[in-house]
Design a binder for this molecule. Sequence first.
Ligand code: NCD
Length: 314
Amino acid sequence: MTFPHAHLLGIEPLSPADITAILDLAEDYVTLNRSATKHGDALAGLTQINMFFENSTRTQASFELAGKRLGADVMNMAMQASSLKKGETLIDTALTLNAMHPDLLVVRHPHSGAVDLLAQKVRCAVLNAGDGRHEHPTQALLDALTIRRAKGRLHRLTVAICGDIAHSRVARSNILLLGRMENRVRLIGPPTLMPAGIDAFGVEVYDDMRRGLEGADVVMMLRLQKERMDGGFIPSEREYYHRYGLDAEKLAHAKPDAIVMHPGPMNRGVEIDGEIADDINRSVIQDQVEMGVAVRMAAMDLLARNLRARRAAA
Ligand code: NCD
C-alpha cells in the first residue's frame, strides 16, 4: 500500500488511489475497533499532539481515540486558553513544538491556510483537522467510507450537499473528494450561502431543495455556521427550516433508499428534523462517527509509515 504524502493537509492533493488506500486500510480498523481488544501497534513509540485552536468535541475525541488505539502517546494541548490569546505567533508555536519532538501533529485552526503554514515549519507529519472554511480532509474521508459501506460503491452516485456551503470546510473537502471519485455533486442552499465561483468546481447548484433532492442517493446536511456569519445570511431560522430543513416530506423527493448524513454538531429543528436524524433506516449519522475513528487510524498509520521510512533514509 503506497501513500506518497508526508502530511494530510487536504483532499486537494490526493489521487483516487490515495483515497482508496486510506479507505481500504480504514476497513481493517473498523474490524479492529469492533473487536474485544481494539488495539494495534502501528503508532507504538510515536508522540501525537492534538492542537485545537477552535472548539471541537467529536473530532478531537476521535483523533485521540485513534492515536491511543494504535499505541501512540497522545497529548491534547488546550490552545484556546493559552498561547494564541497571549499573542504568540504560529511560527513560535511551531518552534516550541519542534522542541518536544512530536511525530504526528493534529491541528484545527480558525484561519484557512494556517495548518499548511505550520506544516512547513515543523519536523513531523501534520494532519489538518479543519482550517477555517478551507478543508477538513478526515471528515470527507469518513463520509466517503460511510457512503461506500452503505451504497456498496463510491462512484456514479448523486450526492446532494445542503445548507451553509459558503462557510463549510466539510462541504469543500467533500466536493473535492466526491468529484475526484466521479460522483455527481449537487449543492442546495440559499444563494447567500453559496460561495462565489462555485461553478468552477463542476457541481450543480439549486436553491429549490425539492428539485435538488430529486433522485439523490445521498443527502448530506450541513450546520448553519453562525460563528462564521457576520450579518444577515438568512431571514430567520424558522424560515430557513421551512425552505431548507430536511423533513420527511422533502426527503421523499430523494431516492427511496437515500441515506441521510450530517457531520455534527446538529441544530435539530434548524437544518434537520430530529426524527429524520434518529431514523435508523435512513440516517447514517452514528456510522459517520464510528468511521471517523477508523479513518483517522488509517491516515495516521500511513503517514507514520512514511515518516519512519524518511527518517530511516536520512
Ligand atoms: C464540522 C467542522 O468543525 O468543520 N464538524 C466536525 O468536524 N464534525 C462541521 C461544523 O462545525 O458544522
